[in-house]
Write a protein that binds this ligand. Structure first.
Ligand SMILES: [Fe+2]
Length: 297
C-alpha cells in the first residue's frame, strides 16, 4: 500500500475495523476485504475468512485468521485521518437519526445532507475534564445497542473541541449546570464542518444535573443516546421520564428543561435555523428540589 492512502482506502480500512456486533458490520468488513483483495493487499485465503465471518456481525475474523495461520501483512496499521473520522461520525449520526421517528428528525437530516461534504477543519483541541470523567460511561451504555456509533464517537473525540461554556450568568443557569456540561460542535459556526443556519453536535451533561427551563428561537432536536432522563416542557408542566433513543423536538420558543438521570446524558443535538439567537432561562420556583432530586435511585 502506498504511503499516501486515498480516502477510498481509508474508508475501506475504517470499514474493516467496524465495531463488532453492529448490525450489517460482517458484510461491511467482507466488502472492505474484497476491496483490498482486488488490489492484491488481502490474500484469497484471508478473504475467505472474511466471507465466513460475514454471517455473524459479532465475530472477529482475527480469531479464524489466526487459527488458519493467516497474517494480514500487506495491510499495515495505519491511523485513519482525523478528518475522515469526523465524516464517518457525521455519517453514523445520520444513519442513527434515520432509524428514529418523530418531528424534526427529517429537518436535521436535511441539514446534514446539505453540509456533510463541506471541508473539514480540525485543530488539536484541549482535553475537557468532564469528557474524561463521563464520556466513557455514556459510550459503554450506548455500545450495547449501537456499537458503531459509540466506537466512532470514542475514536473522534480526541480531535473534537468539547466546550464547557461557563460564561452564562451562574445565578440564572445554575452553578451546577455551568460546570457540568460540555458540547462538541460537528457542523455549524466555528465547527469542524462550517455552516450557517444549521448546527449539529454532541452534548454531554453529568449525572443528576438539572438543565433549567429555557427557550430559544432555534427549533431544536435532541436525540438522547443514553437514558432514562427527565424532561418537562414548561415550568408548570409535569416531569416526564423518557428512555434513550426517544427524540425530543423543541419548536421555536417552546420552553424545555432536562433533568439528567443516573447515567451521564449524551445526546446528538441539531438546530435547524436562527442559530445565532441566544437562549433565555425561564424562572421557576422548584429548581432547588429538582436539582437535589436523584432519578432512579
Ligand atoms: Fe434548548
Amino acid at each position: 500500500m502506498p504511503n499516501q492512502t486515498s480516502e477510498k482506502d481509508q474508508r475501506a480500512l475504517a470499514h474493516l475495523q467496524t465495531a463488532f456486533g453492529q448490525p450489517g458490520s460482517g458484510r461491511l468488513r467482507y466488502a472492505a476485504a474484497m476491496y483490498f483483495n482486488r488490489q492484491g493487499l488481502i490474500s484469497d485465503d484471508a478473504l475467505e475468512v472474511y466471507r465466513i465471518c460475514s454471517a455473524d456481525d459479532a465475530e472477529d475474523p482475527a480469531t479464524l485468521l489466526s487459527q488458519r495461520g493467516i497474517k494480514l501483512s500487506l495491510l499495515p496499521e495505519r491511523p485513519i485521518d482525523p478528518a475522515l473520522r469526523l465524516r464517518l461520525l457525521v455519517e453514523e449520526v445520520d444513519r442513527y437519526l434515520g432509524e428514529l421517528a418523530g418531528p424534526g428528525v427529517a429537518e436535521v437530516r436535511s441539514g446534514i445532507a446539505r453540509h456533510r461534504h463541506g471541508d473539514v477543519k480540525l485543530v488539536p483541541p484541549p482535553a475537557n475534564a468532564l469528557v474524561g470523567r463521563y464520556l466513557e460511561t455514556a459510550l459503554s451504555e450506548l455500545s450495547v445497542s449501537h456499537p458503531a456509533l459509540a466506537a466512532v464517537i470514542a475514536e473522534t473525540t480526541p480531535h473534537l473541541k468539547w466546550i464547557t461554556y461557563d460564561e452564562y450568568p451562574p445565578e440564572k443557569i445554575g452553578e451546577s449546570f455551568l460546570h457540568n456540561h460540555a458540547f462538541a460542535p460537528l457542523i455549524g459556526h466555528g465547527a469542524p464542518i462550517p455552516a450557517k443556519e444549521f448546527d449539529l453536535g454532541l452534548f454531554l451533561i453529568s449525572p443528576h444535573i438539572l438543565y433549567r427551563d429555557h427557550y430559544h428561537p432555534a427549533p431544536e432536536l435532541y436525540a438522547p443516546l443514553t437514558g432514562p432522563h427527565g424532561w418537562r416542557f414548561g415550568p408548570d408542566q409535569p416531569l416526564i421520564i423518557k428512555p434513550a433513543h426517544e427524540p425530543v423536538w423543541n419548536e421555536p420558543l417552546a420552553p424545555h428543561m432536562t433533568k439528567v438521570g443516573p447515567t451521564p446524558f449524551l445526546c446528538i443535538y441539531g438546530w435547524t435555523r436562527d442559530v445565532e439567537e441566544i437562549a433565555h432561562v425561564i424562572p421557576a420556583n422548584d429548581w432547588p428540589e429538582l436539582e437535589a432530586l436523584h432519578l432512579g435511585t
